[in-house]
Design a protein around this ligand. Sequence first.
Ligand SMILES: Nc1ncnc2c1ncn2[C@@H]1O[C@H](COP(=O)(O)OP(=O)(O)OP(=O)(O)O)[C@@H](O)[C@H]1O
Length: 300
Amino acid sequence: MTLVINGIKKKFENHYAVDGISLKVEKGEMFGMLGANGAGKTTSFRMILGLLDPTEGSVTWNGERITYKRTHLVGYLPEERGLFPKLTVKEQLIYLMRLKGMKKPDIIKEMRNWLERFQVPEYENKKVEELSKGNQQKIQFMASILHKPELLILDEPFSGLDPVNSDMLKKAVLDLQRQGTTIVFSSHQMRNVEELCEDLIMLKRGKPVLHGSLREIKRSYGMKSISIRADYDLEFLESIPGVLTLEKLKDGATLKVENEKIAEDVFQKIMEKGFVRKFEVEEPSLHDIFIDKVGGDGDE
Ligand SMILES: Nc1ncnc2c1ncn2[C@@H]1O[C@H](COP(=O)(O)OP(=O)(O)OP(=O)(O)O)[C@@H](O)[C@H]1O
């Protein structure tokens, strides 16, 4: 079971919201789609789900297009959350999950399991409008997974959640992945992507600017971060060609440098200057890569 996206493009009036995305996600993989506001993530999801026809290219799940008849195989947490505020959680989930072909006793059983897991069993008979935004999001998440989809698409699943709820949802998503669910999610929060994904694509104005495994992207990315601790002023390092930024700390500094060679130059200068308590070269964070690649289009 594989999700195959083959050169999809989507043109709205005279501009391309999505401009040539190709990727494969295998069964049980967790795949991250990153990009600033308006980069084309939601439009791509809509094409994956068959809600929007690509201007060019194709999307298949297990070799076939995702049409209305196959929606039970798919779960979707839309970015524009949409629940019926006047219905109770139970009425809501029964309504939505019946559309996915589930039977009422199964819906109730699964709903109770998940409400328990999310530590809100008392919400079963509460109206959605009585719940906080974060708790409504848990219900919306349940509406995307109670039917045990093969493919799960989550558009900004962690936005608006506090750290406790965010962790709870992360664990749930990881468990579903372990059980074999294929998951594609979008996020502006780079830390979530670093924690969850093996593979990712980064979009800028509809085009991929990075695509591959997180480890490989980080390893092969030129820029390095250096963390130094010393008892003297490190500002003089700023004048070394290839040092991109220097941030002073109480007892040292962190630097971003163009590549490993520049890190060696910095090391040499430090050794000439005097005793150093720590010198550590690290891969850049996904956040650094995002800012570098997406630049002014970033929102972090
Ligand atoms: N139905 C539409 N008609 C015209 N333009 C659209 C339509 N849907 C999306 N767009 C445009 O396509 C571009 C991509 O939008 P999209 O919602 O896919 O971005 P996104 O990456 O999901 O952004 P965000 O993080 O803000 O949700 C934007 O410029 C948007 O204005």
